[in-house]
Design a protein around this ligand. Sequence first.
Ligand code: M6R
Length: 367
Amino acid sequence: EKGGYEHFMLKEIFEQPKSIHDTMRGRLIVNEGVIKMAGIWDHIEKFKNANRIIIIACGTSWHAGLIGEYLIEEFARIPVEVEYASEFRYRNPIITDKDVVIAISQSGETADTMAALKLAKEKGAFIYGICNVVDSSIARITDAGSYTHAGPEIGVASTKAFTAQLTILSLIALKLGKHNGNLGNAEFMSLISELDAIPKKIEEVLEATHELTQHIAKDFIQATNFLYLGRGYNYPAALEGALKLKEISYIHAEGYPAAEMKHGPIALIDENMPIVIIAPKKGHYDKIVSNVQEIKARKGKVVAVVNKGDKQVSEMADYVIEIPETSECFSPIVASVPLQLLAYYIAVYRGANVDQPRNLAKSVTVE
Ligand code: M6R
């Protein structure tokens, strides 16, 4: 059932070219230049007239939501707020019937997300679900939705469900942007072909980084802390990289937007601090170069995720993980894959129970 892999998590990491393809199947029709999503199309007026979109989720799904905010605001120009379900539901939030609420949940059973949705529904918001598990409680309570179709995810640490959520959010943002005229046809066409190429690029990443991440992981088995940094679209990818590591390896890890380093976390940096930094060419690259300089001046150990052929960051980094170039907005999908592998191998070498980490459950049905 693990298909020859040692753990479900590794199997699920390797399934991503296929799961992302499945998420896009029947939706992204590149040669016709269209994105078909019945859930969105049937309620397009709700989205068009929305004052704002509120994304509600927990954990990894919340990280996907943050990237969703960047995507929807950039391409559809609709204001987006992203909320932890547990915070939203207990603070008497302002919700009106002009709001569209999007819930993201792999399991579709997360108690806090469910309760937040009930509240939003009571207040008259239109609620949309992005779930992986078909016919789950959240999928059933929402007015409409899109399934991620990533297939069953067994490993407690979410991997393929996350990249599938990012794929759905990309499709929604591009569809809304095209429809409301904020996204011109040429740009739309070039973005959809880029998105269509993502499964192939993930295949390349898996091939190019599978051994490399094992080698890097071996050097960090004794680490007690990690920082993960990224900017723009890759800031939430840094949060997700850190969450993966702490969940399964029990090493303390924190994600930060790279520019926030100087507001506190830089005090932590010395020769014992590993720092994973996501630095693709597109997206504040020069700023990231200076962040890496600041880290190296304090002797931090840099693991850099860069584009193929990168020079500036690579020359300074202690470890270099190369990924293919893509549009900035899709780069977290590609960059997340080697971070999943790195967390996986660090955990495996520490002897941790990767698929069933201590204290965690696959779906959190308690409040
Ligand atoms: O099923 P959900 O997407 O609603 O779950 C939300 C979180 O519990 C979940 O993402 C959790 O953070 C994962 N273990 C992360 O790997």
